[in-house]
Ligand binder design. Structure first.
Ligand code: NAD
Ligand code: ZN
Length: 389
């Protein structure tokens, strides 16, 4: 089959690779119909998470059709149209039973460097390097989905491929970011990063009761889309002092909750090509205000900072003093896809969230590298390229 592979830092190519096979009784083989790019791929492509190997297949946000089922699969049949959570989870361990799927104990065999760097290993993620299980990704004609009964969900009729594909990752991530804010109604929420994740977080915050959402980015077209589609207020951080603007917009108090949906590139640490470089990244930090630091500094006293942007090593001068003395709640993590997807599919079918507008650039798999170029440079209004094998 054809697949979009990583060929070294910054290099992608579509290659012929062997078709995936059923390897465990719970496996599904899915013929991919739509597979989106995600901000997380940029960390991998550019070497910020140094566990990629030449030939690894990228992609973790996807939907498609079941073409083969392992003997232990109960929930799915050949021909089912499914969307698959990017996180791989066994469904049976203590973490999965408590719905903390991205911390699953049984889906990340032989992780590279994680125990040493982080103390424990989190769950596997499809197409997300050898730090996350080394699973082949979805930018391909076919993909093997382990623990298919846990990770794949039937798609409601009438929801288009290029919309439901975001139930795989951007929607649950955005929902979790807002969920972590503990909203009870009437809050002001600020969101750093107007990408797919930030925009889904903004919409989720509204649905969970936020009265106002303020979005921060530097790309005017992304901010304009978020204002039009989601109804957020906007701050362009390239033109405006973000902390001052947030103070002004909230009568001096600061947002009740701050969501960070940016990730490590905003922190000027430089790519960390190897484990040693990750360790050294603390030394590369600057005093430049960055999204995590701004979120902590901006948040009102006693508020919540929810981080879903991805971080790998020691990054940023972390203002722990501000967090401590303002009694902030800090929450973060890879999203627990399986906890949120069924509820989000209901909301998608009911039209409460419509992520379809994120698919600005549908593109053939063969042009996958171009899809990433548009996405990375935020060219031509690209919010997400969706690859079609
Ligand atoms: P994206 O690249 O489309 O969007 C990121 C946005 O952040 C860009 O528009 C960029 O201009 C903006 N940005 C950069 N520096 C900023 C700053 N200092 N202040 C405000 N905005 C800034 O990416 P995406 O697909 O929306 O993903 C966003 C982040 O979420 C990434 O780090 C990604 O890895 C992460 N993510 C996490 C999970 C999870 O499970 N936690 C899942 C998916 C994605
Ligand atoms: Zn588990």
């Amino acid at each position: 089959m054809r697949a979009l592979c990583w060929e070294g830092v910054g290099k992608l190519a579509v290659r012929d690779v062997p078709d995936p096979k059923i390897r465990a009784e719970g496996d599904l083989i899915v013929r991919v119909r739509a597979s989106s790019v995600c901000g997380s791929d940029l960390h991998l492509i550019n070497g910020y998470l140094p566990a990629m190997r030449e030939g690894d297949i990228l992609g973790h946000e996807f939907m498609g059709e079941v073409v083969e089922v392992g003997p232990g699969v109960r929930q799915h049949r050949v021909g089912d149209r499914v969307v698959v959570g990017s996180v791989v989870a066994c469904g049976g361990c203590w973490y999965c039973r408590t719905e903390q799927y991205s911390l699953c104990d049984n889906s990340n065999p032989q992780p590279v460097f994680t125990e040493k760097l982080w103390g424990h290993s989190p769950a596997g993620i499809l197409g997300y390097s050898h730090a996350a299980g080394g699973y082949a990704g979805s930018h391909a004609e076919y993909i093997r989905v382990p623990f298919g009964d846990v990770g794949a969900f039937g798609v409601p009729e009438g929801v288009p491929d290029d919309s439901v594909v975001f139930a795989s990752d951007a929607m649950p991530t955005g929902w979790m970011a807002a969920d972590f804010c503990g909203l009870t109604g009437g809050e002001v929420v600020a969101v750093w990063g107007a990408g797919g994740v930030g925009q889904m977080a903004a919409r989720s915050a509204q649905l969970l009761g936020a009265e106002r959402v303020i979005m921060i980015d530097r790309f005017p077209d992304r901010l304009a889309t978020a204002a039009e589609r989601v109804g957020v207020e906007t701050i362009n951080y390239a033109e405006t002092d973000v902390l001052e603007a947030l103070r002004e917009l909230t009568g001096g108090r600061g947002p009740d909750a701050c969501i960070e949906a940016v990730g490590m590139e905003s922190h000027d640490v430089g790519p960390t090509y190897a484990y040693d470089r990750v360790k050294q990244s603390a030394r590369l930090q600057t005093d430049r205000p960055t999204s995590v630091r701004q979120a902590i500094m901006a948040c009102r006293k006693g508020g919540t900072v929810s981080i879903v942007g991805v971080y790998a090593g020691l990054i940023d001068k972390f203002p722990l003093g501000a967090a401590m003395n303002k009694a902030l709640v800090l929450r973060m993590g890879q999203m627990h896809a399986q906890r949120y997807i069924p509820m989000l599919l209901d909301r998608l079918a009911a039209g409460e969230i419509d992520p379809g507008y994120l698919a600005t650039h549908p593109i053939p798999l063969e042009q996958g590298a171009r899809g990433y170029e548009l996405f990375e440079k935020k060219q031509d209004g690209c919010l997400r390229s969706v690859l079609h094998p």
